[in-house]
Design a binder for this molecule. Structure first.
Ligand code: HAM
Length: 404
């Protein structure tokens, strides 16, 4: 093993994995174009407080998973563990609300969380995040879920969309109280972590993967039974819109999220093959205010690009590769052929290695070339090249006069 290894949880993306990753990213970007989202490029580093305030002090992300460090003046900075907090900070700082009746942005880039690495879980991973600021209307939630559904359908992955409403400032406290009371009644069955968080962050207990906890919360009270009238109407309107749009979804009354800023709608797209969440989001109607902006309801989601690309079985084939193989003293002529083919928009590789026909065909195969463009003395003298189709074995003579 070479002495220098990448940092644990930090991975290189290349080859087939990167092709899938790019396919997913491009498809989502195309969707975001037709939904008229505008890109915003946000810093990878923010003051740690931006995340502490937004995501919540009692969350795993803030307590255990942030990469924080001090700058030379002793201020605490953090590598962003997610994009929403920074997007809200940018929205407020740049007064984006002053320009438009509402704002639709997306961002793409690396996020950092000090989690235990495993399949599909990294310490540096990539998201495309989407945020809509300035509307409380459930039609926005519905359109975002529609966007998620379209992305998943076009990629052809087996995923279900789960939704829930986790209420607001008005109705959450009474639910929280009911939940804490319930959790106290089953506290003997909770894992150590949940025993601890039942008072600090009781909603997270509903999300614990430990079997005894899962069993213990089966009868727990449900937020949907505690929603205030406004939240109830919002949630039922959202479901009406989803039905109208023929979007299949599953209500999961115990769906909660690992970030504290959510209100009302939360949703996740969960892979049925691998039991991992690939896309997640929800509404956060108080966060802009929390970061000292004007009261502004908002809703968004983020796609885990590594996770979603992991689910892809295959991607559309690339356009065919032309491999230009020179034999003899014909590099000048070969350069001209490669140039002309590229100007026609074809994907062309000029062989940088010398060798006989067998060797060149071997190189072409290794590079996955569909066509080999054979250029020898005879071709150069006669003003043509020989095109060999590697799939059918057929050969064609193509007239060519260099115009370099
Ligand atoms: P999140 O659920 O923390 O939400 O992350 C969103 C997605 O990022 C996850 O569903 C998953 O696909 C991916 N992800 C998270 N952690 C990792 C990891 N360690 N390795 C690989 N992929 C990971 C948020 O980040 C919110 N900001 C989403 C949002 C936007 N809500 C409203 N607007």
């Amino acid at each position: 093993m070479p002495e220098f290894q990448s940092v644990r949880g930090f991975h290189d993306l290349y080859g087939e994995e990167l092709k899938k990753f790019k396919h997913v990213s491009n498809l989502i970007r195309e969707k975001l174009r037709v939904y008229n989202f505008e890109e915003i490029i946000l810093p990878v580093v923010e003051y740690a407080e931006v995340f502490q305030r937004s995501i919540g002090e009692a969350t795993d992300i803030v307590q255990k998973e942030m990469f924080t460090f001090q700058d030379r003046k002793g201020r605490w900075l953090a590598l962003r563990p997610e994009g929403t907090a920074g997007a809200v900070r940018a929205y407020v700082q740049n007064k984006l609300y002053a320009l438009k009746p509402y704002v639709k942005v997306f961002y793409e880039g690396p996020m950092f969380r000090y989690e235990r690495p495993q399949a599909g879980r990294y310490r540096q991973f990539h998201q495309i995040g989407v945020e809509v600021f300035g509307s409380l209307d459930p039609v926005v939630d519905a359109e975002l879920i529609q966007l998620v559904y379209e992305i998943l359908s076009e990629l052809g992955v087996n995923v279900v969309i789960e939704i829930n409403s986790i209420g607001c400032k008005v109705c959450r406290p009474s639910y929280r109280e009911a939940l804490v009371n319930y959790l106290e009644s089953v506290e003997g069955h909770l894992c150590e972590v949940c025993y601890d968080r039942k008072d600090r962050n009781p909603l997270r207990v509903l999300d614990c993967k430990v079997p005894t906890c899962k069993e213990a919360v089966k009868e727990a009270p449900k937020m949907v039974d505690y929603l205030c009238q406004e939240c109830k109407d919002h949630y039922s309107k959202l479901k009406d819109y989803l039905s109208l749009l023929s979007i299949p979804y599953r209500e999961n009354p115990y769906l909660v999220r690992g970030l504290d800023y959510y209100t009302k709608t939360v949703f996740e797209a969960v892979s049925t093959d691998l039991d991992i969440t690939v896309i997640a989001g929800g509404r956060y109607d108080y966060l802009v205010e929390e970061l000292e902006g004007p009261p502004t309801p908002a809703v968004g989601f983020a796609v885990g690009l590594e996770r979603l690309s992991m689910l892809l079985k295959e991607i559309p084939p690339e356009e065919p590769l032309y491999f230009v193989a020179p034999f003899g003293d014909v590099m000048d002529y070969s350069l001209a052929v490669a140039k002309a083919l590229r100007l026609e928009g074809r994907r062309v590789e000029l062989s940088y290695r010398k060798g006989g026909l067998r060797k060149q065909l071997e190189f072409a195969n290794k590079l996955g070339a569909r066509y080999v463009v054979i250029v020898g003395d005879e071709e150069k003298a006669g003003g043509f090249y020989t095109l060999k189709d590697m799939e059918t074995g057929e050969q064609f003579r193509i007239e060519f006069s260099p115009a370099m």
